[in-house]
Design a protein around this ligand. Structure first.
Ligand SMILES: [Cu+2]
Length: 357
């Protein structure tokens, strides 16, 4: 178990990559080609210009202490001057043309009704993904089928965020009150990192997500698992309630603290909270859940959040669960987002938090 937990450590884990960008979608491949083309061209120009500069400095350097004659005085060379103005201009115009054409192609958002849409919602400080009309939602965990074009409908509920998975495509802004679209087709299976590319507040640096690209068959299996109320893996299924947000008072069986620890990482809690035992949980936007300044760890606290109306003032596992299932409903205006947890997921997270005594 510790191994699996370490593998899920925040930020979302991905294999180390030798290059900052290793294209894993058709679109990223095109952007990458453009990048390399520009780099090679710029390198040739750089070597040519710097080479001439170094050559001229050495070849025409002053060789005697005091010049005894005036060197020949030159007044311009029209042919040379026209050349060094025209050649760079032509190169730049060419690059501009290629870039604009390619970006135009990449920005074509298909309207074909058969194409899968994934709703992307940024929120301080997590990402929620909604898969077409399947009813499936995930937090900080994006799954994509390989070889299948996907349109992302990107928005935000608070401030401007930047949706970006560098290996898969360029970034696009997530603006409140507006839906931006971006599309790409993943072309290899694997795990990739995604980030918020827009400084959006104190927890910005932790606002990361993991992209898992799978074969279409694996993707469908995963989607069905999610639909049947499962957690991140089939192991989470036993006792899972298929009704998200089911009444916390109903209990919901016993939780699995180990599963809870994984869910805490998966849902991005480490970005905002210090949570003992969770790797990378050093966020300071939300309350510190460990013991500090005479405050006991969360499992021992008499209260879990201060509600203005005193609805759930105490700390019992059920209070904690009710809070996790929908914080804004209990405390309007709270920074703690509704993570879209299922009843069983909340039970598992509570089970972990209760171990912090
Ligand atoms: Cu952000």
């Amino acid at each position: 178990m510790p191994l699996a937990l370490a593998a899920l450590a925040s930020p979302p884990p991905v294999a180390a990559q030798p290059w900052p960008v290793a294209p894993a979608s058709d679109g990223a491949e095109q952007i990458s080609q453009l990048f390399w083309f520009t780099l090679v061209l710029a390198t040739i120009v750089f070597i040519l210009v710097e080479g001439l500069l170094i050559y001229s400095s050495l070849r025409f350097r002053r060789r005697t202490a005091i010049p005894t004659f005036e060197p020949p005085q030159l007044h311009g060379n029209t042919r040379l001057e026209v050349m060094w103005a025209t050649v760079p201009a032509l190169i730049l115009i060419g690059l501009f043309g290629i870039t604009v054409t390619r970006l135009g192609d990449l920005n074509q958002i298909p309207t074909d009704p058969g194409i899968m849409h994934i709703g992307v919602t940024g929120q301080q400080f997590s990402w929620t993904f909604a898969y077409g009309n399947s009813g499936v939602k995930t937090t900080n965990d994006l799954h994509l089928p390989v070889g299948q074009q996907v349109v992302f409908d990107v928005t935000s509920v608070d401030v401007i965020h930047g949706f970006w998975a560098p290996d898969l495509f360029g970034q696009i802004d997530a603006n409140p009150g507006r839906v931006n679209h971006i599309t790409y087709t993943a072309n290899q299976t694997g795990e990739f990192r995604g980030v918020c590319a827009m400084l959006c507040g104190a927890g910005h640096s932790g606002m990361m997500f993991r992209v898992t690209t799978q074969s279409p068959a694996d993707f469908q299996t995963w989607l069905q698992q999610q639909q049947s109320g499962g957690g991140p893996s089939p192991a989470a299924a036993p006792g899972a309630s298929p009704v998200p947000g089911a009444s916390p008072a109903a209990g919901g069986g016993t939780g699995d603290p180990t599963m809870g620890a994984m869910l805490i990482v998966q849902h991005g809690c480490p970005a905002c909270h210090i949570i003992p035992g969770i790797p990378g949980a050093t966020g300071t936007t939300g309350p510190d859940l460990g013991s500090h300044d005479n405050v006991p760890p969360v499992g021992q606290r008499p209260m879990i959040a201060t509600y203005p109306n005193g609805t759930v003032p105490n700390h019992s596992p059920n209070d904690l669960k009710a809070w996790l299932l929908n914080p804004p409903a209990l405390k309007p205006g709270t920074l703690m987002p509704d993570l879209g947890l299922t009843d069983q997921e909340a039970t598992n997270i509570v089970a972990y938090l209760e171990t912090l005594k």
